[in-house]
Design a protein around this ligand. Structure first.
Ligand code: TYD
Length: 216
């Protein structure tokens, strides 16, 4: 498997953020942006996206698995990702497709390294899981954890991760803040409390820049 994405034909775009940050709406907008340019889009999500990874997703989100160890959780997320990267993402990028993924390695850094306190081992394991693949651009939908939880609980029953106490979600939030600071070139912070239309316009301007840089 090729080591890293930069330099291949397609584009790899990821969205990140706590629960209730409005990722789905913006993924729809991003898909439309590229389709209007006549480009082929592959949309996926984590954990999941392949038949094996969706089975792992069920284990991860099952509310009955409350006794899951943090390290077990981290490895299952990484396993689901390893399968998705090899089965879907890399082949699509090789064909010049635009891949939009709801969450990627940054989620594991935020939730498992910071939220669960597992630290730097999470990045190491994920280097193996992804073969070093990195997104071309990542949008971090920044929403206050308390506001996000209120939105998420209105949307339906909370899963195992969403059920965690608020201090867990504040650690996750801190993790995202650190990632955005340390990788400012790749990770664009989007204020998720803004009107949906303003968010769309901001994301589109980043995408125009990216397309220009990539000659798309
Ligand atoms: P999902 O229902 O897809 O959440 P959302 O709609 O908020 O994206 O559930 C994914 C959950 O798994 C979410 O709470 C975040 C968590 N998660 C991790 O803890 N680590 C990871 O590496 C990933 C990809 C997700």
């Amino acid at each position: 498997m090729r080591a890293a994405v930069n330099g291949n034909k397609g584009l790899f775009i990821t969205l990140e953020g706590g629960d209730g940050a409005g990722k789905t709406t913006q993924i729809n907008n991003i898909e439309r942006f590229f389709e209007e340019k006549g480009l082929v889009v592959l949309r996926s999500r984590e954990p999941g996206g392949t038949s094996i990874s969706e089975k792992l997703r069920q284990i991860l989100l099952d509310r009955e698995n409350g006794s899951m160890e943090a390290v077990t959780e981290m490895l299952i997320y990484a396993a689901a990702r390893a399968q998705l990267v090899r089965e879907l993402i890399v082949p699509a990028l090789d064909e010049g497709k635009i891949v939009i993924c709801d969450r990627f390695v940054d989620s594991s850094i935020a939730y498992q390294a910071y939220g669960r306190g597992l630290g730097s081992i999470v990045r190491e394991v994920n280097e193996t899981a992804t073969g070093g693949l990195r997104p071309d651009i990542t949008f971090w939908m920044d929403i206050d954890p308390q506001a996000g939880r209120t939105r998420a609980s209105k949307a339906g029953e909370l899963d195992r991760l969403e059920l965690e106490a608020m201090d867990f979600h504040y650690r996750v939030y801190e993790g995202y803040k650190r990632i955005a600071q340390s990788e400012a070139d790749r990770v664009k912070r989007i204020d998720a409390s803004l009107p949906i239309e303003d968010i769309r316009a901001e994301i589109y301007s980043y995408l125009e820049e990216l397309c220009e840089a990539k000659g798309l």
